[in-house]
Design a binder for this molecule. Structure first.
Ligand SMILES: Cc1cc2nc3c(=O)[nH]c(=O)nc-3n(C[C@H](O)[C@H](O)[C@H](O)COP(=O)(O)O)c2cc1C
Length: 254
């Protein structure tokens, strides 16, 4: 697949052809995923493949009611994972040795969670682009970070694991292939040189405006696009739930 198709015409795909993803194709994607960069090559992540339709059905509800999750032929959950490293230390009695020899006794903290999340997200994006290069489409589900207590139970997640992203994958329908690209902010607002530059008032006035951003400024109720964006995204109930869920999960990492 050429560069433009792979990177410049990529879009999230939420409707899939009703056919499974071939095993050899999955294999190729997973091979690429395992070659993704990883902090210290420790591979502080795991990937849960959700094959059980009942689980998919449940996740479609617990992840902010998004029915297409249940219809996705291939569903992967990327976990930030320090469990495996802690089990490794435990297996070899490392913490006892640490205490015995007067070393500093360290346990996974929020910084470790962020590092493991970097690993998991880099693996996820590698999977997404590998899948894309082989003709599949994908869509991230950030709402997997909601309902921590439910997801922990549903997926048997031990302490020091956290689902940071979910990917739904499958062959895009013709309608999805033809759908328009979503808008982006101008490069001048994203790329900075040497020092952070806050957006100017003029830039803020045009931000999230223009064609394609109309979802944030519905014509009939709230006129002000910034207020509409607050309601639909930042202040929306899914964001409130994500904040609650993540801070509940973070108690395990302090
Ligand atoms: C971290 C993250 C979380 C996302 N969560 C969702 C989600 O829960 N549901 C969804 O339909 N799309 C989700 N998306 C997809 C975005 O909505 C999409 O990337 C964005 O609208 C831009 O569209 P495009 O990918 O087609 O260019 C997510 C994307 C990212 C990067």
């Amino acid at each position: 697949m050429d560069f433009d198709t792979l990177f410049l015409r990529r879009k999230s795909v939420r409707a899939y052809e009703d056919r499974p993803v071939e095993e050899d194709l999955k294999r190729r994607v997973l091979e690429a995923t395992l070659r993704a960069p990883s902090a210290g090559a420790l591979m502080l992540y795991s990937v849960l493949e959700i094959e059980d339709q009942a689980l998919k059905d449940r996740l479609a509800i617990t992840c902010d009611n998004q029915p297409f999750i249940a219809r996705a032929p291939w569903v992967l959950i990327f976990l930030a994972d320090y469990r495996r490293l802690m089990d490794y230390f435990e297996h070899f009695g490392v913490m006892e040795w640490v205490d015995r020899t007067g070393r500093r006794h360290s346990t996974p903290r929020k910084s470790d969670l962020l590092l493991a999340s970097c690993d998991a997200l880099i693996a996820a994006q590698t999977a997404a682009m590998a899948a894309e290069s082989l003709g599949l489409g994908s869509c991230y589900i950030g709402d997997i970070m909601e309902n921590w207590e439910i997801h922990r139970e549903l997926l048997s997640l031990p302490r020091y694991t956290f689902p940071i992203a979910m990917l739904c994958l499958g062959y895009p329908t013709a309608q999805q292939r033809e759908r328009r690209l979503t808008p982006r902010l101008p490069e001048s607002m994203i790329m900075m040189k040497n020092r952070y530059r806050r957006a100017s008032a003029q830039e803020l006035e045009t931000m999230y405006r223009g064609e394609g951003y109309s979802a944030f400024s519905p014509k009939n109720d709230i006129e002000n696009a910034a207020q509409a964006l607050y309601d639909r995204k930042f202040g929306a109930s899914f964001s409130v739930e994500m904040r609650r869920s993540v801070s509940s999960m973070m108690k395990d990492w302090s």
